[in-house]
Design a binder for this molecule. Structure first.
Ligand code: FES
Ligand code: FES
Length: 133
């Protein structure tokens, strides 16, 4: 399987690994097939994602996808972060092998799930997240 240098870089030197104490929102998602689990912590202030950390127990592509996704949402508004799709993450990594695309889906879902948690905790409604699990 051929991985891009960017995937290898984010796998070997993942950015934003860790946890945030008293995070504004935490999202955890998993893929039942491969058993991988990804957790994203968001620190949100005035609708801006001030900080983001991740813990991923999974394959190299899942780690690279989480690392890239955290970089893409850091410093962004909630609405900008919602535009970070799994396709955008995979493209930013210069592509993922087709059988590894679901790893980037996990990253998109983890961010959305953390935003849903944030919205619930703060009693706010984010229309884009309606119907998203
Ligand atoms: Fe190996 Fe996901 S399939 S860790
Ligand atoms: Fe399942 Fe990568 S193989 S997340």
């Amino acid at each position: 399987m051929q991985y891009s240098p960017k995937v290898m870089d984010h796998f070997m030197n993942p950015r934003n690994v860790g946890e945030i104490e008293e995070a504004s929102g935490i999202g955890e998602v998993g893929n039942a097939k491969c058993g991988d689990i990804m957790r994203i912590y968001l620190d949100i202030e005035d609708e801006i994602i001030k900080d983001v950390k991740f813990m991923t127990f999974g394959c190299g592509s899942a780690i690279a996808s989480s690392s890239m996704a955290t970089e893409m949402v850091k410093g962004k508004t909630i609405h900008e972060a919602l535009a970070v799709t799994n396709k955008a993450v995979a493209e930013a990594l210069d592509g993922l092998p087709p059988v590894k695309m679901h790893c980037s889906v996990l990253a998109e879902q983890a961010i959305k799930s953390a935003l849903i948690d944030y919205a619930k905790k703060n009693n706010i409604h984010i229309p884009e997240l309606d119907g998203v699990v």
